[in-house]
Write a protein that binds this ligand. Sequence first.
Ligand code: NAD
Ligand code: MG
Length: 410
Amino acid sequence: MTASSHPGTTAGRTANSVAPQRLTVLGATGSIGESTLDLVGRNPERFDVVALSACRNAPRLAELAIRHRAKTAVIGDAEQYGVLCDLLSGTGIRAGCGPQALIEAAEEPADCVMASIVGAAGLAPTFAAARQGRRVALANKECLVSAGDVFLSEIERAGAELIPVDSEHSAAFQALAGSDRKALERIVLTASGGPFRTWDLDRLSRAAPEEALRHPNWSMGRKISIDSATMMNKGLEIIEAFHLFPVTAAQLDIVVHPQSVVHCLVFYTDGSVLAQLGPPDMRSPISYALSWPDRMATPVARLDLVKLATLTFEAPDEARFPALRVAREALARGGSAPCVLNAANEVAVEAFLDKRIGFLDIAAKVAATIEAADVRGMIKSLRSLDDVLAADGESRKLAQSLLQPHIANG
Ligand code: NAD
Ligand code: MG
């Protein structure tokens, strides 16, 4: 069951139930994971924490697992397993490590799984949660980008619920509630424009990772912060929205809104526009994904529109931020093209963070990888998670190989 179908019941907690929601958080040590657990810590009676996972930070994972009385804690990196076991010894919390343990954690009986592992690493565990028919609170946008149709059919088949966490999609989900779908005309996602909104091309060509990581409004993980600077994040979000909501690509637009107060606007055929507003704090959309169809109180700052006084909007500039166009073209190409886009982007972002390529090379390398994949006949339809993982792996190799000449030339 997808967010767009607005079911009347929920898999676990119902509107009047008092039973705590059994919650697993995949990617517990990340920006979304920590925000989720912040809400859990403020409402301990609402939640029963089942499993928590992290990639490498065993001390933080153990601390969170102990504080929230998790049953299981899983670390992705096998080298950190010993540290995790030592820290959890005597607590009764089960420790696990590696990709299979992550999948098993996602499968443990729970009402809701917060899917907040970054990147394609989140695919298999998120699929595992979906197959159990859980509520999947989806932060990992790469899942919809790389595996859109395959993922949605797993959700459908298992009778799972898919609730978006990404702020713009949570906003659209809220602005679509109870509406006549036939009257839906357009969905406009807002973009902050990132730290380089006003920079010219020459300056962008010299932008350093530290500058790109300094987002003006949101505090987020490193990968999505770079995606915000290139605006690839909005490209990924267009693809995400395409899968989540009953619209065509042509009905999805982006508008740059530097204050990040309006998160999404839904246009209807009668000329009405429903927008969702809120401060740029992910605890708001996270809380909605956890508590839907109810709302839960959060400590996020309340909007003061008089103090804000002015909200501004501008058209995105695809000449300076070509990633938007590259992502739209991948969506139009269809098949595995968005999967290639995502894999190549992950490789390019890592290379930029390692100072192996420049800022403007990110979108260029992604576009070049998609072209090269097309020439090699690698763009094909994807039918299963295995197909998706194979396409992802192949695309990473291709993207890496396209980075080589750049490195050789200095
Ligand atoms: P982050 O980098 O802060 O955290 C990522 C989490 O995933 C960490 O717990 C990390 O340990 C874990 N992880 C990373 N690689 C892993 C691997 N190979 N195996 C197992 N675990 C791994 O990222 P984030 O900003 O919290 O973003 C998480 C996801 O949510 C991303 O897909 C992002 O696009 C999406 N998202 C984030 C925000 C935000 O405000 N941070 C907003 C919208 C969507
Ligand atoms: Mg977003």
